[in-house]
Design a protein around this ligand. Structure first.
Ligand SMILES: Cc1cc2nc3c(=O)[nH]c(=O)nc-3n(C[C@H](O)[C@H](O)[C@H](O)COP(=O)(O)OP(=O)(O)OC[C@H]3O[C@@H](n4cnc5c(N)ncnc54)[C@H](O)[C@@H]3O)c2cc1C
Length: 497
């Protein structure tokens, strides 16, 4: 699966010094970075196999500056890639050689905390965790909690519609964002939604959420905050077979219980996480479920009892129940650190992200095992089990010839399998460049054209984050006339590492 990007516009590159000077006039001081050494920090995001230094990096810190930068680039036909904290695992923030990388890292202020309306109005560069920390003193928190929450920005979360452990019960980012300010590619500033839960007209907020930086640059966000539940306790349940753990997940949901979080790890992931954080995970089981129940303590006690009974009925072989906050946090520590933990046991890994109907979990796992044999590469599985969101981590060594290509082919087959089983290509990491060329596996030509028409309504010149999400680029004027064969445009290859 060689990933190609749009050809660099030599005419734009030949005007680089003039462009840098114009951007410096808009964002003075240290807001423009154009030295090769300093731009190295921006050449990649969380999909580190792909790297590309941008033409120039711009770091504005006001909406007015963002608007002027975009208006200038629009008039000059210059491409722009928005970037939050750069933790995307699908290559969404990968720069373009002839593009401006627009970093939102200086948008670090929380503008308003409104407990009466239970909302926080924040700038996009604020980290996910910082929002919860800012309201914790009053017993509130922001529910979506990606494992990267210490680093990822809320702007990136909205752009990717990020999820996390607590999204099973409390919804993804899209269910927790009420409004935003967005700057369009032509510099126009648009305000969508606000503090109220209902808005008139089309659900534009729903379109912006998950738009992967292709429709506009988000400069302010209003998020919903929730009151912390009175009690939260977790069960850590081990199974001798992965299928039994999958069955347990289905039975818990089938019994009408919606846990605050329900995550699964297979043996390689359990071992890697335990060696890293010493959470006390059992090492002789094939699968581990961490199930959190929250609410009034009397209800939590009853739910724990019911979940324990269901787990026993599915053949659980170990079960530990947290009796303190410290213990509950320890159960989660291993799961939350599973990605870096796997990074310690393999020189490189590719983190896949597909979703399947919950009941198809055993079939998907069996298929992943077969593929692991076929491609002769190890795999550690971590899931948001309650949502059917799989994160197989494919282990490879980029220094061994052919392994990176095998890992990518393995990953593509896993995602095809998710679609075949009635699922979708991505659960929460977005399409970016990683899954772009697999989009025709899921969407027809008509679907894809209609999605691009939506993109055209926001960015008719296709200057915002081009080369991401859509497998084929069309000029907006041509849409409706062109015939696509699910093929690729002549994108030249980008360097892989
Ligand atoms: C160790 C690790 C664990 C992770 N765990 C999870 C997880 O549990 N759940 C999950 O959902 N994800 C997870 N991720 C993926 C990643 O953290 C999320 O996708 C996150 O939302 C990206 O935020 P960011 O600020 O880093 O965005 P970036 O990586 O900078 O950008 C991501 C995309 O958003 C666009 N974008 C960023 N900011 C803006 C803006 N202000 N306006 C418009 N577009 C913008 C970019 O163009 C790009 O397309 C994980 C990543 C890592 C490295």
């Amino acid at each position: 699966m060689a990933i190609m990007m749009p050809a660099a516009d030599q005419a734009v590159l030949s005007r680089r010094s003039e462009i840098v000077a114009a951007l410096r006039a808009i964002v003075p001081g240290e807001g423009v970075i154009d030295s090769a050494a300093e731009m190295l920090a921006y050449e990649s995001d969380g999909l580190t196999a792909y790297r590309q230094p941008p033409m120039v990096v711009v770091l504005p810190d006001t909406t007015e500056q963002v608007s002027k930068v975009l208006k200038y680039c629009h008039e000059q036909g210059i491409k722009v890639v928005p970037r939050g904290s750069g933790t995307s695992l699908s290559g969404g923030a990968l720069p373009l050689a002839d593009g401006v990388l627009l970093g939102l890292g200086k948008f670090k202020r929380i503008r308003e905390i409104d407990f009466d309306n239970r909302v926080v109005v924040t700038e996009p560069g604020v980290t996910n965790l910082a929002i919860s920390q800012a309201v914790a003193h009053a017993g509130f928190y922001y529910a979506p909690d990606p494992s990267s929450q210490i680093a990822c920005s809320i702007g990136g979360n909205v752009a990717e519609n990020s999820g996390g452990v607590h999204c099973l019960k409390y919804g993804m980012t899209t269910n927790n964002v009420l409004g935003c300010e967005i700057v369009l590619m032509n510099g126009e500033v648009l305000r969508i939604g606000g503090k109220s839960a209902e808005n008139a007209g089309y659900d534009i907020m729903g379109i912006i959420t998950g738009s992967e930086g292709l429709l506009g640059v988000i400069t302010e966000i209003t998020v919903r905050i929730l009151q912390k539940p009175e009690t939260a306790r977790a069960l850590m349940v081990g199974f001798a077979e992965v299928e039994a753990a999958g069955e347990c997940v289905a039975r818990i949901i089938g019994a009408g219980i919606i846990p605050g979080g329900m995550e699964m790890m297979d043996k390689p992931a359990i071992h890697a996480a335990e060696a890293f954080v010493h959470a006390g995970y059992p090492l002789d089981v094939e699968a581990l479920l961490i199930i959190e129940l929250d609410g009034p303590s009397i209800e939590v006690d009853e739910l724990i009892r019911r979940v324990e009974t269901i787990a026993q009925g599915c053949g659980s072989v170990t079960c530990q129940i947290s009796n303190s906050e410290a213990e509950r946090n320890l159960f989660w520590a291993g799961r939350k650190a599973a990605f870096p933990a796997v990074g310690r046991i393999s020189p490189d890994y590719l983190c896949m992200d597909g979703t399947i109907p919950r009941g198809a979990l055993p079939k998907a796992l069996a298929r992943i095992r077969e593929l692991s044999e076929k491609y002769q590469l190890g795999v550690a599985n971590v899931f948001h089990a309650g949502d059917g969101n799989l994160h197989p981590l494919i282990l490879y060594d980029a220094n061994k010839p052919g392994e990176m290509e095998r890992a990518e082919a393995f990953g593509a087959d896993i995602l095809r399998c998710c679609v075949e089983l009635g699922g979708v290509l991505t659960g929460e990491h977005g399409v970016g460049i990683e899954k772009r060329d697999l989009m025709p596996e899921m969407f027809s030509e008509i679907d894809l054209n209609q999605q691009q028409r939506l993109k055209c309504a926001f960015d008719p010149q296709g200057l915002l984050n081009p080369g991401k999400v859509f497998p084929t680029l069309h000029r907006c004027a041509e849409l409706g006339r062109v015939h696509v064969h699910g093929g690729k445009l002549a994108f030249p290859d980008i360097p892989r590492f």
